[in-house]
Design a protein around this ligand. Sequence first.
Ligand code: ADP
Length: 670
Amino acid sequence: MTEAPIKILVVDDEPELESLIRMEFRKKIRKKEFEFLFAAHGAEALGHIEAGTDLDVILCDLNMPVMDGLTLLSHLSPKKLILKSIVVSAYGDMRNIRSAMNLGAFDFVTKPIEFEDLETTIFKAFKEISQLKEAQRTKAQLQQTTQHLSLAEAQSEQLQELDALKTRLFTNFSHEFRTPLTIIKGMAEQIQEHPHKWTEPGSSMIRRNADYLLHLVNQILDLRKIEAGKLALQAKAGNLVFLARYAFESFHSLAASKDILLSFESQADELWGIFDEAKLLQIFSNLLSNAIKYTPIGGQVSCRCVWDIEGDTARLQIQVSDTGIGIPEDQLPHIFEQFYQAHGETEIQGTGIGLALTQELINLMEGTIEVMSKEGEGSSFAVQLPIPLAAEQQPTNAQIQVAHKDSKPVIHIDPDIEDGLPSLLIVEDNPDIQQYLIACLENRYRLRLANDGQAGIDKALEEIPDIIVSDVMMPRKDGFELCRTLKTDERTSHIPIILLTAKVDIDSKLEGLGLGADAYLSKPFDKGELLIRLEKLIDVRRMLQARYQSAQPLAPSTHPITQKQDAFIERFRQILMDNIDDTAFHVPEMCEAIAMSRSSLHRKVKALTGLSTTHFMQEIRLQRSNELLKNLDLSIADIAYMSGFSTPVYFSKRYKAKYGVSPRAGREQI
Ligand code: ADP
């Protein structure tokens, strides 16, 4: 039979019934087939049921005090379907029996109870219960299976989505990586085959394209870092309008190449706040470059900055709008997703990372971004950012005045700070970008400014700066022209030049021209990037100085920069060596022989060797005296004259200053 006893609740007000039942069913009770509980009326029974007592069957009288059987039945919730009630009623009380059956009773027995009949009825009820329980179990199993199935379905959908995402990622990246990689590969081959022709232009192309790849990879890494909560804000005080204007102006040549009209509007010229400059620049750049990218020739792109001040925070709104191709309505909700491209397979290149990263950066700054767009009419991205106001409105040491659209930035020279700094010439026609450059470079370089390519060339020749940062698109002469002129002029060929380019300049002109710029920065660049580039070029200068300072004949070099400058230093040496015993051959004579003005020569020699012209000439003379001391058995006085020193005393003094011993002792050491 059953393993667990059938649990029966007897509800009856007759006290004798309990002993009667216990006696009649004693065997079943002993064998643990039946288990009885007793209640004197409906309410007590209901108490048991509601308390969750484990029951299978209720044996219920109809006429009882407190709560009768019918009321009890009506209280049994239809949910308790498994609990079966058997009503006990007087024979012939058909009306009540019917009511009980209508209230869900399973069966009835009549009084006086026939216990055999009751037993059969109980088993019948229990059979029904078992079937119901079995059905319930099957149903639960079925439900579970369905759940598993739908989970599996959801998972497979997710997998499919992930798969689509991966495909999208790979397709986008293959496209985006292909061009720079092709250039890098091609250039490496060219350099191998024709090193003379291609080493210089090829290596800058390789560097530039590798930079672009690095930029793409960095974008992805930034995204991952933000997601992992590992990208922190580096907020500092600054004028936000100034940064916005700079970012905006950086897109001038890109816009010009598509004949797109740019307009910038700001509530005021200044908003001094605390913000992460590099990240804000990235936000501006992504939105502006998209706006230009997705706007056809002749369209318009505008940027608007407005804000409300609330306590010590500015509620900034940046709006970047375009009259471009717009975004289909059904795609709008997705454009901030990673690797999503609304326009599918188009000619327009992209990775689908820009907006995802932009949104994450904005989240990091606790701001929001919204997009409104109509297909065929244009798009508008609105960014809201809380910007804590800066305590002070503070131009720092350079005392830069905020550039209004038409006013020129001013560099205030502070001799105390400037002394000993390398000199840097900025060649740039746009006041906003001039302004940004000045702000980045103040106090690190001695700054000079030229407003176009021609002025840049003139100033470079006049001042021989240590380094030049030049725009490409400029009136009168452009950056390429400046590069060509200065790199082919011996007086200035050593000066490292950083060209500021828009991507469009690279595409249209730079490739293959071999103009010999030392580095390229694509606009808008951030301060850190610029400073690193400059540092690297200053390092090259240090390397050159170390090479030339010894004034010894030079070992051949394969480095293109070195080769060019070696030629100059060798010429300088040769001229002096041709006149080495002429004690009257000084700087003026050298200037004449080498065909350079005194100041140009001074700056060039200083840049290359770290020494003044006089000092460098003296180094060469001392070098010569050592050779003579070693090889010829001549008097010190003769050697002094033969190396071009005007008196033996002066020679001995200089010799001792350099080598720490007298020429005589020096000769013994050699
Ligand atoms: P992408 O590298 O493809 O430009 P983004 O993440 O920057 O990636 O942008 C995602 C998608 O949103 C783009 O592929 C493009 O379809 C759409 N989109 C973004 N900005 C604009 C815009 N200004 N006009 C039209 N479509 C845009």
